[in-house]
Design a protein around this ligand. Structure first.
Ligand code: PEP
Ligand code: MG
Length: 563
């Protein structure tokens, strides 16, 4: 929630800063690109310092784009042919962006914006111009916002972000969330309407943006902010205590992490372990696969940070499709290629997953813990059989080399394909736990690409269609006596947490920054209230109705003056 002055950001709004225009165009391009690499590298470092490995990765990737030989080669060739150097850089970045944008995938298309942003940065450096940041704390209002702008606006000056386009999974938005900056996206007509506005109020929870709010609207926002602050305070005061409902029903709260750097933040937030350790960071943004040895160290660091008492669930690399890795040479396909991710991928390339599994066995052996591992994108029973075979084979290989592995690996599967949800009773007999990936489960159930803002109305994981699948998964798991976690974004939302706990989910895994509010939401309700909420949610006809039901529990009527 934020209320503040409008800062209209446009890609061309620039402030002149002194800087000599170099005489040698080629040298100028190369020097500016090198400076861009340095700046982006230090933004990545800043993010890493904040424990945000995922966000740091965005700038690492942009730094690589800024030194990409193809991009620079084209810019230099154009400049040598007499083109104005700034235009040459822009044109080269546009070529690279057009190549990415032509790929039939929203996430790759979002990388096109990142390349254009890199081109714009090189040009800014060449011409000695800076983005004109707001003079006082403000809310950025724009069609879209490059992630680097979110990271660069000096601390305290960016109160919020309101975007006409973009999507909840766009880099700038992920970054804002990580920095605790509220954001609303996909607001139709926002830029034109904001043309004459001076003030804007935004609510990141409901997605509302109100331009030049009148006194009663301001009072409403202030009341909502008070409820939010009270929830935050309640959450912070419960930190360190196990999460439970008011009448004592325990729910295990775990953290999602994207690299060893995030372990500290998760522990500080009171995570009882890691429910999703995304390992893609080891496999992406590089030219060849990481070796087994290279992988052991980061896994060991995370295992040791959490120790024997707090489980760490390592997710086998979820790569392919939108998460591109050039060295795998996957054939181009439309869609986000669920068929080529993780275990399905192993059917063609066993080497990659075998080396990851060996590295996990070795890292766990060194840290003296029992590892938990799960496979993403499991679709069939044969996927699980292959996973178990690869797991046991990897253990035998490590043991044969004389390095003692732990006795067992607790092995689960992610339920994020509708087929896996439907097959839950059978899958449950083969594995030790389930972890529901509501992000993908929703997109595949609703046939609504998770990064396409035009389909936002279908992407809500609280849709009863998704909830009924989840209820079936819980029933299948209960029958086999295995626990069920949820590690999609829904688990970190108070409304989602209540519905999921009501459906019988045992563990919720979310970004460390969400754990306080989930703990507070659970502490404010009783088991019968959750059961009643789940029953009504399953019978609801749309996600909005489910949200309204959950809101009733979170904010009892009259608590902030709204009807
Ligand atoms: C999910 O799909 O819900 C999930 C947690 O996996 P990812 O977001 O990494 O695809
Ligand atoms: Mg997923």
């Amino acid at each position: 929630m934020a209320v503040g002055l409008v800062w209209r950001y446009t890609a061309t709004e620039r402030r002149e800063t002194p800087g000599a225009v170099p005489t040698d165009a080629v040298a100028a391009i190369r020097a500016a690109a090198a400076e861009a690499v340095r700046q982006l590298g230090s933004l990545a470092e800043r993010m890493r310092g904040l424990g945000r490995a995922d966000e740091a990765g965005i700038f690492d990737a942009q730094a690589m784009m800024a030194e990409d030989p193809q991009l620079l080669g084209e810019a230099v060739a154009r400049a040598e042919a007499g083109e104005d150097p700034e235009a040459a850089v822009r044109a080269a970045a546009a070529t690279a962006a057009a190549t990415l944008a032509s790929l039939p995938d929203e996430l790759l298309a979002s990388r096109a914006a990142d390349v254009r942003d890199v081109g714009a940065r090189i040009v800014r450096i060449m011409t000695g111009q800076d983005v004109a940041f707001p003079a006082s704390p403000s809310i950025a209002v724009a069609e879209d916002l490059p992630p680097s702008i979110v990271a660069e606006v000096p601390t305290g000056l960016l109160l919020g972000v309101a975007l006409q386009g973009s999507s909840p999974t766009a880099h700038a938005v992920i970054l804002a969330r990580g920095l605790g900056i509220p954001a609303v996206v996909g607001v139709p007509g926002l830029v034109e309407a904001a043309g004459s506005a001076t003030c804007v109020a935004i609510d990141g929870e409901s997605g509302e943006a109100v331009l030049d709010p009148d006194p009663s609207q301001l009072a409403d926002f202030a009341a909502r902010a008070r409820v939010l602050a009270a929830r935050r305070e309640a959450g912070a005061s419960l930190r360190g205590r196990p999460a439970a409902t008011a009448d004592g029903e325990r729910v295990i709260l775990l953290a999602n992490i994207g690299g060893p750097e995030e372990a500290g933040r998760a522990l500080e937030a009171g995570a009882e372990g890691v429910g999703l350790f995304r390992t893609e960071f080891l496999f992406m943004r590089r030219q060849s696969a990481p070796s087994e040895d290279e992988q052991v160290e980061p896994y060991r660091r995370v295992f040791e940070a959490f120790g024997r008492q707090r489980p760490v669930v390592v997710r086998l690399a979820d790569i392919g499709g939108d998460k591109a890795v050039p060295y795998l040479d996957l054939p181009p396909q439309a869609n986000s290629f669920p068929g080529s991710r993780a275990v399905p991928l192993a059917a063609r390339d066993r080497g990659l997953l075998s080396s990851q599994l060996r590295a996990i066995w070795r890292a766990a052996g060194r840290a003296g813990v029992t590892p938990h591992v799960m496979a993403p994108m499991v679709a069939t029973l044969s996927d699980v059989r292959l996973l178990l075979e690869l797991r046991d084979e990897a253990r035998a290989e490590v043991a044969a080399r004389g390095e003692p592995p732990p006795d067992r690996m607790i092995t689960g599967v992610m339920i994020e394909m509708p087929s896996a949800a439907i097959l839950a009773p059978e899958l449950a007999r083969l594995v030790d736990f389930f972890s529901i990936g509501t992000n993908d489960l929703t997109q595949y159930t609703m046939a609504a690409d998770r990064s396409n803002p035009a389909l936002a109305h279908l992407q809500d994981a609280l849709h009863p269609a998704v909830l009924r699948l989840i209820a079936g998964v819980v029933a299948g798991a209960d029958e086999a006596g295995i626990p069920v976690a949820v590690c999609g974004e829904l688990a970190g939302e108070p409304a989602g947490a209540l519905v999921l706990a009501g459906l019988g989910v045992d563990e919720l895994s979310a970004d460390a920054g969400s754990l306080d509010r989930v703990r507070a939401a659970l502490a404010g309700v009783t088991r019968p209230q959750l059961a009643d909420l789940a029953k009504r949610a399953l019978a609801a006809s749309n996600a909005a109705d489910v949200r309204a039901m959950a809101r009733e529990l979170l904010e009892p009527r009259g608590s902030h003056g709204r009807a």
